[in-house]
Design a protein around this ligand. Structure first.
Ligand code: HEM
Length: 411
């Protein structure tokens, strides 16, 4: 190697001083990096500890908002505590006004979804199908419940015009609610393949609209029916006899005594009133979402009896439970009302007249409501075709226009 090339080589190498400066820089850089790493690690572990100490953040429960939530979860996907917190429905702060957005994972939403798309349609169809099957078997075994002594051709006023109006307001509203409710539940599976997507979208829109608004006429009907019939639906000892004899439904020629409403009808009345009020209220909660907290309050009341139910429900959980209740109770109501419609129409001869003309045949009244019939003998009127007719036995047959006006519970 000659002198000039040695000099060039020497220039190419860093001087001893330059090499030390560069090593120092590296060391400082590394120290800063390690310090930053330690800082990040320690803050992650502090955050995880904070989650672990936050009440209500265990997996499987919805936690309450906490001040310890970081603004970002970036960099912490491997943090099991963080994941457990979020997976359990834990909530943080959100920069948008709706603080519900602070909950990243709605675990109870999954349970709700399974109920809504699997259990409710499945068990709902079992309940409705089961009730129809039961009624078909009952009809095959018992047949139509006939008026055993035949039509007497004399009638008693059973329901006045206001009562019939209230009944049909309630009935028609309920039938609209039932049909549209079933469409909301099963329409996608049953109706959509038949009419196609475009028509299904239209029908679904009207269904939803009808379902929301017929709820209000149902409530009016329910209130009217409640006040008109509560007096005749107070339970008494006669009802025990009726229930013990199974209402005489299975045995011909043995009909237990009953007043204006028998025990079976009283059960229907109270079921319709209570379940109807509850589905109505839950429906209102659904129309005005996040306005009411029915479940926290009901659970708190039940906890006084030692039920041990959660009372710190989030607004979304309140809505989920409201939907579960509304849908489940709605299906049960439809199943029970199918039985009521059966008995009130094809199941029992002469029954439907009570709700159409308002009058029932005297023999029907004596067979099914003997005590009420005995009370109301002054209301018995002849059929138009039978005029004039003489008194029959203890039953006075006469012009009943005056007694019709004075009939209790009529208008
Ligand atoms: C097409 C449907 C319906 C028919 C044919 C029908 C028929 C009847 C009849 C004939 C009665 C009088 C029974 C008697 O004389 O003692 C009655 C009463 C009654 N109905 Fe209906 N009804 C129908 C729908 C509904 C609906 C949807 C509800 C409620 C959601 C309802 C609630 C009641 C109640 C609470 C009573 C009084 C208690 C009783 O008799 O069971 N009805 N119905």
């Amino acid at each position: 190697m000659n002198g000039s090339s040695n000099q060039a080589f020497a220039q190419a190498l860093p001087s001893t001083d330059q090499s030390w400066a560069s090593r120092l820089c590296c060391l400082v850089g590394a120290a800063i990096a390690i310090a930053a790493l330690l800082f990040v690690m320690s803050s992650v572990s502090v955050t995880a500890t904070a989650y672990a100490e936050t009440p209500g953040q265990n997996a499987g429960t919805a936690g309450q908002p906490t001040r310890n939530i970081p603004a970002s979860i970036e960099g912490t996907p491997r943090d099991p505590e963080m994941w457990r917190y979020l997976r359990g429905g834990g909530a943080g702060d959100s920069s948008v006004p709706d603080q519900k957005a602070g909950t990243l994972i709605q675990s109870s939403g999954e349970q709700w979804r399974v109920f809504r798309v699997e259990y409710l349609p499945r068990y709902g169809s079992w309940a409705l199908g089961g009730m129809c099957a039961l009624l078909i078997v009952f009809f095959m075994v018992r047949g139509r419940i006939r008026i055993e002594t035949g039509f007497s051709k004399k009638s008693i006023l059973r329901f006045g015009s206001i009562e019939r109006f209230a009944h049909w307001l309630l009935a028609v509203s309920f039938l609209v609610l039932a049909v549209t409710g079933l469409h909301i539940l099963y329409g996608g599976e049953i109706v959509k393949p038949l009419i196609g997507h475009a028509w299904f979208a239209k029908v679904a829109w009207y269904s939803k609209w009808l379902h929301d608004y017929s709820g209000f006429s149902f409530i009016v009907g329910l209130i009217l029916v409640f006040f008109l019939w509560i007096r005749d639906n107070i339970p008494d000892r006669i009802d025990l006899v009726w229930l013990r004899r199974g209402g005489g439904l299975l045995s011909k020629h043995r009909h237990p005594p009953a007043k204006r409403f028998n025990a079976g009808q009283k059960l229907i009345f109270w079921f319709v009133v209570l379940a109807g009020a509850s589905t109505s209220f839950s429906g209102i909660c659904l129309i005005f979402p996040f306005t009411f907290t029915p479940f926290s309050e009901t659970f708190a009341a039940l906890n006084l009896l030692g039920a041990g139910l959660p009372t710190d429900l989030s607004p979304v959980q309140e809505m989920q439970l409201t939907l579960v209740w509304h849908g489940g109770l709605g299906i049960i109501m439809i199943a029970v009302i199918i039985a009521h419609i059966y008995v009130g129409s094809i199941g029992m001869e002469g029954a439907v007249d009570a709700m159409t003309t308002g009058y029932v045949d005297e023999n029907w009244a004596r067979q099914h409501h003997s005590l009420w019939a005995a009370e109301r003998i002054s209301d018995i009127r002849p059929n138009e075709s039978e005029l004039p007719v003489e008194s029959a036995g203890s039953v006075s047959v006469a012009d009943n226009s005056a007694s019709r006006q004075s009939a209790r519970g009529t208008s």
